[in-house]
Unconditional design. Structure first.
Length: 163
């Protein structure tokens, strides 16, 4: 592992709240809805039929990526479909064409691309979780409402700059 990777990760993640704190991309709240981590628990509670999709790579999802900085857990109950595979696997999502589909990744760039793809494919209730898992871990101390929704497979946790 490159020793500079964790430091670079902390620097990069430190920018996430300022860059991703609010919806700011063309499709946000137009082609798909965008919500924050603060809103996610209540939104999921209101939508028991919702589908939660982690669009990161299988290694990121399972905390087995060779990049230690990407092993940052996942949301409980999330289905992993790599963003590169979503187009080939749309048939798996057909029952949710008009039901809520929540998307997330590490920084919310891949999930935005998938949000656009699903909107183009006729899905009507696509929701992107803004900031991705990186924002969650950077602000974990400010997001206690998320504690029971996040899990990780590693024997260690991720700490942020505040911790």
């Amino acid at each position: 592992m490159n020793l500079r990777t964790p430091a670079l990760f902390l620097i990069t993640v430190g920018l996430v709240p300022r860059l991703c704190g609010q919806a700011q991309y063309d499709g946000d709240n137009k082609r798909y809805r965008t919500i924050s981590w603060e809103e996610l628990p209540a939104a999921l509670a209101k939508s028991p039929d919702a589908l939660l999709i982690d669009v990161r790579s299988p290694g990121e999802y399972s905390d087995t990526s060779h990049w230690a900085s990407l092993n940052i857990g996942r949301l409980k109950g999330a289905k992993n479909i790599d963003h590169k595979e979503v187009g080939k696997r749309l048939s798996e999502l057909s029952d949710h064409r008009d039901k809520p589909i929540y998307l997330y990744c590490s920084h919310s760039q891949r999930s935005r691309r998938v949000g656009n793809m699903l909107a183009d494919s006729g899905y009507t209730k696509v929701i992107n979780v803004n900031g991705g898992m990186s924002r969650y871990w950077n602000e974990v101390d400010r997001l206690p409402m998320m504690k029971d929704l996040v899990e990780h497979s590693t024997g260690y946790g991720v700490i942020n700059a505040h911790q």
